[in-house]
Design a protein around this ligand. Structure first.
Ligand code: FES
Length: 201
């Protein structure tokens, strides 16, 4: 008796198509660049997936690791951090600090069982609306392929004391527009490239 190839079941007529998984992505943006890039994308009607919920920080260096853990613990499937290109931070070197935190945190979340692809960092200037939109689309597709996270964080990390709203208020929040000329701009530094030691870390 010869083996027969399995026959795929015929689709049931009238059955609803399988729902596509829509990931929830929390995007931390820098006020001076990526937040404005997202704004520019919207103004230019450049579409990006609505899966990302943007939270504005004054600088990527303001990102506290607990913000990321709290986002995962409260149901995010991924976290995207965006900031000014290296050498262009309005607070001099804070995005290098963000980069170091990102790299450390990526190792931490991996150790906690979260795929590194669920935590990504993208640099985008205020003029790069299209680039940011494309990056958001790419991250969304990658996370969609990974599937839902459902991270059981409660037993692993104590993040109950973290209040994102309070943290946002502490940064100045929506209370008012930041000053016209942000402190710490260093024109010489603007042309600097990411030091090799930082890139290699
Ligand atoms: S990363 Fe944009 S101001 Fe620092």
């Amino acid at each position: 008796m010869s083996a027969q190839a399995p026959v795929a079941p015929a689709p049931v007529e009238g059955a609803a198509p399988a729902a596509t998984f829509e990931p929830v992505i929390i995007g931390f943006t820098c006020n001076w660049c990526s937040y404005r890039a997202a704004d520019l994308a919207g103004t230019a009607r450049t579409k990006y997936p609505p899966n990302v919920r943007l939270i504005r920080l004054m600088c990527s260096g303001r990102l506290d690791p607990t913000f990321v853990l709290k986002a995962f613990a409260e149901g995010a499937d991924a976290v995207l951090v965006t900031g000014c290109h290296p050498g262009e931070c309005h607070y001099i070197e804070q995005n290098y600090k963000a980069l170091r935190r990102f790299q450390l945190l990526q190792r931490t979340i991996e150790a906690l069982g979260i795929e590194p692809g669920r935590f990504q960092l993208v640099w985008a200037s205020a003029a790069e609306g299209v680039r940011l939109a494309n990056e958001i689309a790419r991250v969304t597709e990658e996370v969609r392929a990974l599937g839902p996270l459902n991270w059981p964080a409660g037993d692993i990390v104590d993040i109950d004391g973290v209040d994102l709203d309070a943290a946002w208020e502490a940064t100045g929040g929506d209370a008012g527009e930041p000053p016209e000329t942000p402190g710490g701009v260093n024109p010489d530094h603007a042309a600097a490239k990411l030091p090799a030691a930082e890139a290699a870390r």
